[in-house]
Ligand binder design. Structure first.
Ligand code: DAH
Length: 344
């Protein structure tokens, strides 16, 4: 029977050792089950007690019960200790929480594609001596149409599906050409500048049309300005923008009421030498229209067309961004989609 006493002692010792290594409540529960569970070491010992003689029962019964009681107490104490330590750690963690601490997984913000793109374009024109202009998005009929040689009932108004406002003659500008007139009225000649900004059209939205998009408009007004000035500026801009020194352009006639003559500028496809899907196998891509500013427009801006001439051009900035970065759906620009934005 000495063996049983030894066993009780060894159980006490083992429990002690286990409890000293305890990590958390789950660990503690596993140990409880090991010793006091249905099939636990102590529970089995109690079951065995039944088979003992009455003398043995008298001797060992109280010892085994004591073992059970003590073990339960020890486990409960251990539990309290763990709960206290955990609460203390949590409190400490809260107190010492450093919001500025380095977090390797933090998502970094960056400029929107438009902001980068506008800066890039502005820098190219600034390097050629151009100013950066600005103008309102809410416009009057005069600045958007009449002053640009598109009087009431002119068929060219049909090209622009306009968002008219509740106030008479007021609208959301359908193009940034409006800024031509603001510049002529407020600056003194010679004038060279570009404006980048939003334009609005009441159109059905699809992969290549949105009701709001970005345009860039440029003008140069001085004595003896000719179309060849426009050709060289356009070519230089496109070569720098697409990073192709030898990129060539070609000119086709085009019509816009505010220029005479009007032209369309195409550029050599910067992406291929033999024809690809972007240039639809033609090797040429239509990039933007322009021309010599119509005398009526100069007059509307308060400039004497007998003395001065100028060129103007205007392009869809959004379209150019789509072309450069091969973006196939205009709707991505304002979608706020992180997956799209983080590529730039
Ligand atoms: N404003 C025109 C449009 O949005 C584009 C344009 C064409 C601008 C010819 C010009 C130009 O300055 O000369 O459709």
């Amino acid at each position: 029977m000495d063996k049983l006493e030894e066993k009780i002692k060894s159980i006490q010792k083992n429990l002690e050792t286990e409890l000293n290594q305890i990590k958390d409540l789950k660990h503690l529960d596993n140990i409880r089950v090991l010793f006091l569970g249905k099939n636990g070491i102590i529970t089995n010992l109690i079951t065995k007690l039944k088979n003992f003689s009455s003398e043995e029962k008298r001797k060992f019964g109280p010892q085994i019960n004591q073992l059970k009681k003590e073990s339960e107490e020890k486990i409960n104490k251990s539990k309290e200790k763990i709960i206290k330590t955990q609460a203390k750690a949590l409190n400490l963690k809260k107190q010492n929480f450093d919001v500025t601490a380095y977090n390797p997984n933090r998502k970094k913000g960056s400029l929107h594609l438009y902001s980068k793109f506008i800066e890039e374009i502005e820098n190219i024109f600034i390097s050629m001596g151009y100013d950066i202009f600005d103008g309102p998005e809410v416009e009057s009929d005069f600045y958007n149409f009449t002053a640009l040689n598109i009087p009431q009932n002119h068929p060219a108004r049909d090209m622009y599906d306009t968002f008219w406002l509740n106030k008479q003659d007021m609208l959301m500008r359908t193009h940034t050409s409006t800024v031509q007139i603001h510049a002529m009225k407020t600056k003194s000649t010679p004038i060279a500048g570009i404006v980048t900004g939003r334009a609005f059209r009441h159109e059905a939205v699809d992969a290549s049309h949105d009701i709001m998009f970005y345009q860039c408009e440029g003008i140069f007004i001085d004595k003896n300005v000719t179309l060849s000035n426009l050709f060289s500026v356009s070519k230089k801009f496109l070569q720098t923008f697409f990073k192709k020194e030898n990129l060539d352009i070609r000119i086709r006639p085009g019509f816009f009421p505010f220029v005479e003559p009007g032209i369309e500028i195409d550029m050599q496809c910067p992406f291929c030498t033999k024809g690809c899907s972007v240039c639809k196998k033609t090797r040429w891509i239509e990039v933007f229209p322009g021309g010599l500013i119509h005398p009526n427009v100069l007059k509307a801006g308060g400039i004497n067309p007998e003395e001065y001439s100028g060129f103007a051009f205007g392009f869809g900035l959004t379209r150019l961004a789509m072309l450069k970065y091969r973006i196939n759906d205009i709707r991505y620009f304002h979608s706020g989609k992180y997956k799209f934005l983080k590529q730039f």
